[in-house]
Design a protein around this ligand. Structure first.
Ligand code: ADP
Ligand code: GLC
Length: 480
């Protein structure tokens, strides 16, 4: 099949979270399976500076209608592997910036223009290339206008650009909400500027457009597909999602085992497998060293790697700070995002630098070392569409401590509740829920035979992309 993806992130060219990993590994597997895959990304500075992009060729010049203006840009293409073409939709004014979405605390003022331009750039590139895609698959709010714009362009130019459109919700909490005046820059027919279209409580909601107008909608775990149809997890769009209840399905993300595999991971000081965990001890020693902790420490190490956002349950971690401050343990946190979390965790570090460490930055190598060198990985998310780190942890023999939400429910089972098959510890997304799981982690650690059984079960789980990719292929093939 000819499959086109459009997303705002793609590992290793631009990444702020799991979206980058998920889109890149899905495209990689589809390419390996023999499909002709094209992925469109905004031409961010980081992507253009990546060594793979050095060979990029300009494949189209763009003149994009945005309201009553025309904005120029171009598309540059390179092919990092067989059957995969990466197309960067470029316009310096919009994308030649250090961060994709904003400067630290605030989003860029022109985000609506940036991502409308991106989606229109994809449509125009498809029109100019005459690719005739079997599927155009858009991800998250930044690409959510694509299904609407594509069908609109087909009407305007009387062409077929794609047989089918698919839209994947990676996180319904980020919707691309903008003032209503933004609608004019889409140049879509005025009858889409109402509550059956993009309008949402007197604003414009781009994510809503993707949900309503794609032929099929997916989420990144089966549980999340159900959750977002409820007010508790729908972030105000539960009613909109319900209108698509027959066209929505949850396909669980997988793990790219060429990047996340302790037996081959080049970012680690030593490699290991379930059959021989000696390398994990070396990773532990290196982690203790990197955090300036005493080298011979024998107690439990708790790791955490995440975007610093409310979603990730950092408030629950902070509410349980006495567990870490008073008990025998080490806590290693890596993350970046909201400054308030960084400051509060830094406070803990200054009170107990011998047992708590914070790396407030994006650091791919450190994220691998934490996954490998820790005993437990903490992920007390308030909601979690899929979550990747709990899967990485299991593969790395690090027991995940997660809350019972979304994709975490679909990928972890509790070792106390299911002694023969459990691979993690689970609790409600509350202060007490996390506390209970942390206490049980300490008990598990104190019982080496049981701990080792739980670790090895996790390492034996199959989180490869095979199943998910087959699910997408079936969805692509199904007639509308
Ligand atoms: P989300 O997409 O909501 O952020 P996921 O669990 O799906 O959550 O994916 C997060 C990804 O981002 C993981 O690959 C994780 O290792 C990575 N990550 C998050 N914060 C950092 C950081 N500070 N440095 C390196 N990698 C990070
Ligand atoms: C989002 C979600 C996360 C998911 C990732 C990849 O960022 O927050 O749960 O794993 O997308 O699909």
């Amino acid at each position: 099949m000819k499959i086109v993806h459009a997303a705002s992130e793609f590992f290793p060219y631009v990444k702020t979270g799991g979206l980058a990993d998920a889109v890149a590994s899905l495209c990689g597997v589809l390419a390996d399976n023999g499909h002709e895959v094209s992925v469109f990304l905004p031409g961010y500075r980081a992507a253009l500076e990546h060594k793979d992009a050095a060979k990029a060729e300009r494949t189209a010049r763009l003149k994009i209608e945005m309201g009553d203006q025309f904005l120029s840009g171009d598309v540059r293409m390179f092919s990092p592997r067989k059957n995969l073409k990466v197309h960067l939709v470029c316009r310096e004014e919009f994308f030649d910036r250090r961060n994709p979405y904003g400067n630290g605390e605030r989003d860029y003022e022109d985000n609506a223009d940036r991502f409308i331009f991106f989606c229109k750039g994809v449509v125009e590139a498809l029109r100019l290339s005459d690719l005739q895609a079997d599927v155009v698959h858009a991800h998250d709010w930044q690409a959510a206008l694509l299904p609407m714009l594509l069908r609109d362009a087909e009407r305007r130019y009387d062409v077929t650009l794609a047989v089918k459109t698919v839209f994947t919700i990676h996180n319904i909490a980020y919707q691309g909400l903008f003032p209503r005046t933004v609608f004019a820059r889409t140049n879509l027919p005025e009858d889409l500027n109402n509550m059956d279209g993009l309008e949402y409580y007197e604003q414009i909601n781009l994510l809503k457009g993707g949900i309503l107008f794609a032929d099929r909608v997916t989420t990144v775990s089966p549980r999340y597909a159900q959750e977002i149809q409820t007010p508790e997890f729908g972030n105000g769009l539960d009613g909109v999602v319900q209108t698509r209840e027959h066209d929505i399905m949850g396909l669980l993300n997988g793990v790219d085992l060429s990047v996340w595999n302790p037996a081959t991971d080049a970012l680690l000081p030593a490699r290991y497998s379930a059959a021989n965990l000696a390398g994990k001890q070396l990773c532990r020693a290196e982690l203790l060293k990197r955090c300036n902790f005493a080298p011979g420490y024998k107690g439990p190490i708790f790791g955490m790697v995440c975007r610093f956002a409310e979603q990730k349950g950092l408030d629950l971690l902070l509410a349980n700070q006495d567990f870490f401050m008073l008990g025998d343990c080490r806590l290693v946190v890596l993350g970046s995002g909201e400054k308030r979390y960084e400051e509060e965790i830094q406070q803990l570090v200054s009170q107990a630098p011998e047992k708590i460490s914070l790396s407030a930055r994006l650091d791919e190598a450190m994220s691998h070392l934490i996954e490998a060198g820790s005993d437990f990985f903490i992920m007390p998310s308030l909601f979690e569409p899929c979550g990747l780190n709990q899967m990485y942890s299991q593969i790395y023999g690090t027991v995940p401590i997660v809350s019972r939400v979304g994709g975490l429910i679909d990928t972890v089972t509790d070792a106390d509740e299911q002694p023969a098959s459990g691979t993690g510890l689970m609790g409600a997304p509350t202060k007490e829920g996390l506390r209970n799981a942390l206490e049980r982690a300490r008990q598990l650690f104190a019982d080496p035979a049981r701990m080792s059984a739980v670790q090895k079960r996790g390492m034996g789980k199959d989180f490869s992309w095979k199943t998910a990719a087959a699910g997408y292929e079936e969805l692509y093939r199904e007639s509308i």
